[in-house]
Design a protein around this ligand. Structure first.
Ligand SMILES: [Zn+2]
Length: 452
C-alpha cells in the first residue's frame, strides 16, 4: 500500500492544504495568518494565567487585533521566560491523552521542557514532505536515514533497520567508523533510487570518508535532505561534489514555531506562512525589512495549542532577503545564512570516529532536573558530563542519564557525571554542549553557516 494511505486521512488532508497554500498570493496569506493569530492569542488569553497577565500588562485584547502589525504591541519571550513560567503557560491539563511532553537542548546547554499536541506529527510531516518534494523527493521513495536513531546490529554486526511502511532504511549515526561507513554506503547502493535524510555533520563524515578512500558515492542517490544543524557553505559544496546531487536543507525547531525550506531552484529559505507567524527582529526589537540586514528569528506557532509560544525568540539569526522568491515566484518571506545554537559539535569515540552531539540530544525527560550541562573531553572514548542540577536532582537522575545516554553511546564512549555550580564558557567561547580539548584536524570550515 502507498505510504500516503498508511499515514492516514489527516496527513493526506494536511498535504493537500499545504501543497495548495504555498502558492497563495501575499494578501491571502496575511488574511490566513491574522485569523490563526486571533485564534491562538484568544486561547492563550482565556486559558493561561501567564498570557493573561502579559496581555493585561500592556493593555492588549486579542479581540482588538486588526492587522498583523498589532503583534508588535506584545512583548517577546525567550527560553528563560518559558522555563520560569512552564506551569502557567498551558491551556489544558498536561495529563490529557492528547498532550505530549517535549524537550530540546536549546541554547547555552540549558534544556528546555515544554508540552505539545500529540497530533503535531501528521501536520509536521505533511510540511516536511511538501518541502522535500521541491528537491525531487516523492513519498514512497526509499530514504536512507542517519539521524540519531538507536539501531541494533544484526548477527553480522551490521547496524541497519528497515521500516517497510515508509520505506526508510535506518543506519546508526553513533557508529560512524570507517568499517561501518563502508558497509552503509555499500548497502545504500542496493536500495534503488533514493534520498538520504541526515544531519549535516553525518553526511560530511560520509563525504570525507569517500574522499579519503578515493572511492565513489553510490549512483542511486537522487538528493540529500539535511536538517537540525547549521550547514556550512563549503561543506554543502563539498558534499554536493562528492555525491553528485543536491544538498537540500530545511530549518525548524522542536517547539514547532517556524519552518522554512529551499525551493526547486534556490537554497534560500522560504518560510512556510501557514505553519506559524514569522518575524525577524533587530537588536532593538524592530522588524528587519531591508534586504541584507540580519535579525533574530521570532516565532508564534499555529500548531501547538497546548502550550502556545507567542513571539518566542529562538536564538537563531538570519539575513533578510525579501517577501518573494524571484526563482520560483512563491510569495513567502525569504531568508538565508541562518546561524544559531545548533552547531556541529562532536564527541570522539575510542576508535577516533565522531559522535555528533545532535544525535545524542535527548528529547525526553532525561535532563528534567538539570539546569545546564556540557561534556568536557580530553581523551578519545572518555568524557566528563558536567551538570548544574536543580532542586530534586538525585541518584535516580544520574542513573537515568547514564542509562539513556549509554544506550546511544553503546560503550564507544564512557562518561562520568560531575555536579557543578556553574559552567563557564569554554576558552573557545563557542562550545555549548561539548568542551572539546582533543586536538584534531579542522573538521568543519570556519566560514559562515547558512542553514540549520
Ligand atoms: Zn523559490
Amino acid at each position: 500500500m502507498h505510504p500516503k494511505w498508511l499515514l492516514g486521512k489527516s496527513f493526506r488532508e494536511n498535504c493537500k492544504f499545504v501543497r495548495n497554500a504555498q502558492w497563495w498570493p501575499a494578501e491571502r496569506v496575511r488574511e490566513y495568518q491574522l485569523n490563526e493569530l486571533r485564534k491562538i492569542l484568544m486561547l492563550a488569553y482565556e486559558r493561561t494565567e501567564f498570557y493573561r497577565r502579559m496581555f493585561d500588562s500592556v493593555g492588549f485584547r486579542p479581540g482588538d487585533m486588526k492587522a498583523l502589525d498589532d503583534m508588535n504591541q506584545l512583548p517577546t519571550i525567550d527560553k528563560q521566560v518559558v522555563i520560569d513560567n512552564l506551569s502557567d503557560m498551558c491551556t489544558k491539563s498536561v495529563d490529557d491523552r492528547d498532550v505530549d511532553f517535549g524537550s530540546t537542548g536549546g541554547t547555552s546547554g540549558t534544556p528546555l521542557h515544554f508540552y505539545i499536541n500529540t497530533n503535531r506529527s501528521s501536520v509536521e510531516y505533511a510540511y516536511l514532505t511538501m518541502s522535500w518534494e521541491r528537491a525531487g523527493y516523492k513519498l514512497g521513495m526509499p530514504m536512507a536515514v542517519l539521524r540519531g536513531r538507536i539501531v541494533n546490529p544484526d548477527r553480522n554486526g551490521f547496524r541497519h533497520e528497515y521500516d517497510p511502511i515508509l520505506r526508510l532504511h535506518y543506519y546508526s549515526s553513533f557508529h560512524m567508523s570507517d568499517e561501518n561507513m563502508k558497509r552503509y554506503l555499500k548497502h545504500i547502493a542496493t536500495i534503488g533510487p533514493c534520498f538520504l535524510h541526515v544531519y549535516p555533520s553525518n553526511i560530511a563524515a560520509l563525504a570525507r570518508f569517500i574522499l579519503r578512500n578515493g572511492t565513489h558515492a553510490p549512483k542511486n542517490i537522487r538528493g540529500i535532505i539535511a536538517e537540525s544543524e547549521i550547514v556550512y557553505p563549503k561543506q554543502r559544496q563539498m558534499v554536493e561534489e562528492v555525491f553528485g546531487c543536491r544538498f537540500f536543507s530545511c530549518y525548524g525547531q522542536s517547539e514547532k514555531l517556524v519552518l522554512a525550506a529551499g525551493c526547486e531552484k534556490s537554497d534560500d529559505y522560504h518560510v512556510w506562512s501557514t505553519y506559524g507567524y514569522f518575524e525577524l527582529l533587530d537588536d532593538n526589537g524592530n522588524p528587519v525589512t531591508t534586504p541584507g540586514q540580519r535579525g533574530e528569528i521570532v516565532g508564534t506557532g499555529f500548531i501547538n495549542t497546548v502550550m502556545p509560544f507567542i513571539r518566542y525568540r529562538t536564538g537563531d539569526w538570519a539575513t533578510y532577503v525579501g517577501e518573494r522568491c524571484e526563482a520560483c515566484g512563491r510569495e513567502h518571506t525569504v531568508i538565508r545564512d541562518i546561524r544559531g545554537h545548533r552547531t556541529q559539535e562532536v564527541l570522539i569515540a575510542a576508535d577516533g570516529s565522531e559522535i555528533s552531539w545532535t544525535a545524542l540530544n535527548m528529547h525526553d525527560d532525561t535532563f528534567i532536573h538539570v539546569r545546564q550541562f556540557q561534556f568536557l573531553q580530553e581523551t578519545p572514548g572518555q568524557a566528563v558530563l558536567r551538570i548544574v542540577p536543580v532542586d530534586g536532582f538525585g541518584e535516580d537522575d544520574a542513573d537515568r542519564i547514564h542509562r539513556n545516554l549509554g544506550r546511544k553511546l553503546d560503550c564507544r564512549l564512557t562518561f562520568t557525571i560531575e555536579l557543578t555550580e556553574a559552567i563557564p564558557l569554554s576558552p573557545r567561547g563557542k562550545a555549548i554542549y561539548v568542551d572539546q580539548r582533543i586536538q584534531q584536524e579542522k573538521r568543519v570550515p570556519s566560514d559562515s553557516a547558512d542553514t540549520i
